[in-house]
Design a protein around this ligand. Structure first.
Ligand SMILES: Cc1cc2nc3c(=O)[nH]c(=O)nc-3n(C[C@H](O)[C@H](O)[C@H](O)COP(=O)(O)OP(=O)(O)OC[C@H]3O[C@@H](n4cnc5c(N)ncnc54)[C@H](O)[C@@H]3O)c2cc1C
Length: 383
């Protein structure tokens, strides 16, 4: 199989029309700009950095002129916007560090599990208003949480990272919150029950509490800008957090209206959980599947309730093996990206399933995977 990155274009003299909304308080109003190809990328970056939502980019003349066409501003032209937005050019990183963290106020903290589920997983939202700089982030990033209190040596606790579970606009679409999906770590050691420091702190934290937040960090799990990309997602447990942000960005009605990014590719979520009661955000994903049957597919592996073809427990890698032919056909398309997130232990199983599937096609997965990685189409964040 030939592995190619998303198609690259070469410079030429064509003129393109960028149609966008959202500048200078004119949030819903369509504006247009004609730019030469050589300035297209920079102009788009400037528009995005100023909070514009790009609706379309097409060769000049091919778009009906519903809005007046303006001439392109200089790349550095100041354009005001009502709310701070992340720049497409520079993904925000480490706006807040452990020595001077942002204090986010918890606005909600509720269980994501159904009755009969194993363990404890909470959805926790923080208000980010009032920061200077504003704590902005994009889909696929993580934030750090510094738990209150001190460690056994009397030193402040170290930060723990958590994948962001909300889109850059936040669950309330006000651009001023961030949400996490946190599993309470609890295990037995020498007959004693040990509770993880930060996950216990977060799972028990009350609304109104101010929590030390750092970041954002991470560029590994960013979504492609291409609205026609295909996105295969492999998640176990809280590894669903970044996938939820992608899927909200792609299919949540109000989010789609807000973000101006009209996903038209194919998204396929493989979700692994021990029990149905442990599935996270399941209703939302079922809703997207009903609303967008041509664009979204949702495949579950429920290890303690379903059996694999060998009669054993059904894990996510069994689902990958089951659909290997289709997955590989999708991977042949340079527009396809694969994202994996969850406990580190999921990686060998997925690797094994992909190796077997590749072999059946006469391919060597150990050669193919680094090529996909190099082409920025294989994204892994496990912990
Ligand atoms: C990029 C990234 C993203 C992450 N995203 C999320 C997320 O979205 N949601 C989420 O819940 N977590 C996420 N994590 C994990 C998170 O950062 C913490 O590691 C987790 O919450 C545990 O922290 P804690 O302070 O509760 O545990 P700690 O008090 O730090 O205890 C953890 C330590 O306990 C020990 N331990 C753990 N399990 C066992 C066991 N069974 N037996 C013996 N010892 C054990 C290990 O030494 C481990 O290092 C992410 C991690 C990374 C790196």
């Amino acid at each position: 199989m030939r592995v190619s990155a998303s198609p690259q274009t070469t410079s030429d003299e064509r003129t393109f029309t960028i149609v966008f909304t959202g500048l200078g308080g004119r949030r819903a109003e369509l504006s247009r700009l004609n730019v030469s190809y050589s300035r297209l990328r920079d102009t788009m970056c400037v528009l995005l950095s100023k909070g514009a939502r790009i609706q379309s980019v097409s060769p000049a003349g091919s778009e009906p002129a519903a809005a007046p066409i303006e001439s392109a501003p200089p790349v550095s032209a100041p354009v005001t916007t009502s709310k701070p937005k992340p720049s497409a050019k520079a993904v925000p990183v480490n706006l807040y560090k452990p020595k001077a963290p942002f204090l986010g106020t918890v606005t909600e903290n509720y269980s994501l599990l159904k009755e009969g589920a194993i363990g404890r997983v909470q959805h926790i939202t923080f208000d980010l208003s009032g920061g200077d700089p504003h704590l902005e982030y994009v889909e696929g990033q993580s934030i750090g949480i510094v738990p209150a209190g001190e460690d056994a040596k009397g030193k402040p606790h170290k930060l723990r990272l958590y994948s962001i579970a909300s889109t850059r606009h936040g669950d309330n679409l006000e651009d001023n919150t961030v949400s996490l999906c946190v599993r309470h770590l609890q295990y037995e050691k020498d007959g004693e029950t040990i509770n993880g420091v930060c996950s216990t702190y977060l799972c028990d934290v009350e609304p109104g509490t101010k929590v030390k937040i750092t970041g954002p960090v991470g560029k590994e799990m960013l979504l492609p800008e291409d609205e026609e990309a295909n996105v295969i997602m492999l998640a176990t447990g809280t590894g669903i957090a970044p996938m939820r942000t992608y899927l909200r960005r792609m299919f949540e009605l109000r989010e789609r209206e807000e973000n101006g990014w009209k996903f038209r590719g194919k998204a396929w979520l493989f979700m692994g959980a021990p029990k149905t009661a442990n599935l996270l955000y399941d209703e939302d994903f079922l809703h997207y599947e009903r609303e967008y049957p041509d664009n979204f597919r949702y495949t579950k592996a429920i290890s303690r309730e379903q059996q694999n073809p060998k009669g054993g427990r059904m894990y996510i890698q069994d689902r990958v093996s089951e659909h290997a032919e289709e997955i590989f056909s999708m991977i042949e398309d340079p527009k396809t990206h694969v994202y994996m997130c969850g406990l580190r232990g999921m990686e060998p199983g997925i690797d094994e399933a992909m190796s077997a599937a590749a072999e059946a096609k006469g391919l060597d997965w150990s050669e193919l995977r680094p090529k996909l990685k190099k082409a920025h189409r294989w994204h892994v964040e496990t912990y």
